[in-house]
Design a protein around this ligand. Structure first.
Ligand SMILES: Nc1ncnc2c1ncn2[C@@H]1O[C@H](COP(=O)(O)OP(=O)(O)OP(=O)(O)O)[C@@H](O)[C@H]1O
Length: 306
């Protein structure tokens, strides 16, 4: 039995329209399934937690954006008992981009019904205070998270999503956020022993996969099955230079520039001077000034194309 978790509201309502197409295919093929529709924020986590807490093996297919994937993985009780499939319909779709999943929903369901390839994906963990939140794609503190915070409440995103111009919303908000940004000194503790300081940092993005923010290849070498995380730190540069580097990062061409630092590690502690916006997989988390990131000991089996 396959369980579908559908965010009908993803991409400004596209979720429910795509689900009708998928449901027709499932009915024609007589595929045994159950479906749950998410009704509010974090509902996907609650649904998945109820389903997976019995300790049995489960096949879950999420239909939505990166935010839905984030909520689904946060709800899984036993990561190593779940096989996850994904039909991407969000505006960012970085999870699908990094794992090279098909972007067309009908193509996606075709391969998910006859899965032939799987990857054991690392799952990131963000600790803030005594709270824990998993991430599939990335977590970030500072500028990138401030864009996510504004995107979450932006009427512009709703409008541009309807016009299939969701990426323009990201670009517009990113420019505004850079203009408003006050860079901060940041201290990192890498794998518990190496302390690094960065003056006037714009942000630290911790990546389990290469892409975030709708195709920004922040850490080209990030790989979600190497048992390591990667980080991009942007610091000590003019705002104009940061704006110039942002589009270059779509192709991973930002890495040789001064002020761009990359790290690879198993765990990282990040300390900032004042509390800053934080996100996991593009979903806003409350402002924080001290966080830790690491990997879950178990991996998650994900259906892939290759
Ligand atoms: N029925 C619903 N109504 C409103 N919001 C919902 C509903 N179900 C889920 N959500 C919330 O929608 C948010 C965004 O979902 P999702 O990421 O799937 O789509 P998206 O924002 O369009 O895509 P992307 O993250 O790729 O830009 C999540 O925070 C989720 O909690």
């Amino acid at each position: 039995m396959i369980t579908f978790i559908v965010n009908p509201n993803a991409r400004s309502g596209l979720g429910s329209r795509i689900w009708k197409q998928i449901q027709q295919i499932l009915q024609e093929r007589k595929v045994q399934h159950q479906v749950f529709f998410t009704k509010y924020q974090h509902h996907a986590s609650r649904i998945v937690s109820q389903i997976t807490s019995d300790g049995d093996s489960h096949t879950l297919i999420a239909l939505g954006g990166d935010g839905t994937i984030n909520e689904v993985i946060n709800g899984i009780t036993f990561l190593d008992r779940v096989t996850l499939g994904y039909i991407p319909i969000g505006s960012g779709n970085d999870f699908a981009r990094s794992l090279k999943l098909p972007s067309d929903p009908v193509t996606a369901i075709e391969y998910l019904l006859k899965p032939s390839h799987f990857t054991n994906m690392d799952v990131g963990v963000l600790w803030h205070g005594n709270k824990k939140r998993r991430f599939a794609v990335s977590t970030g503190i500072g500028f990138d998270a401030s864009v996510c915070h504004e995107m979450a409440v932006s009427p512009l995103k709703l409008l541009l999503n309807k016009l299939k111009l969701g990426k323009l919303a990201y670009a517009g908000i990113a420019v505004r956020r850079i203009a408003a940004l006050i860079p901060q000194d940041v201290e990192l503790v890498v794998d518990g022993h190496k302390t690094l300081g960065y003056k006037n940092a714009f942000f630290v993005a911790v990546m389990n996969q290469p892409y975030e923010g709708g195709g920004l290849k922040f850490c080209p070498k990030a790989n979600s099955h190497d048992r390591r995380l990667n980080a991009l730190i942007v610091s000590d540069m003019s705002k104009l230079k940061a704006l110039f580097l942002l589009p270059l990062s779509f192709h991973g061409l930002h890495t040789p520039f001064r002020g761009v630092s990359l790290l690879s590690f198993q765990n990282l502690e990040i300390r900032t001077q004042t509390p800053l916006p934080l996100h996991t997989d593009g979903e806003p988390v409350f402002l924080q000034k001290q966080i830790k990131v690491s990997l879950e000991p178990e991996t998650l089996r994900v259906m892939t194309l290759v």
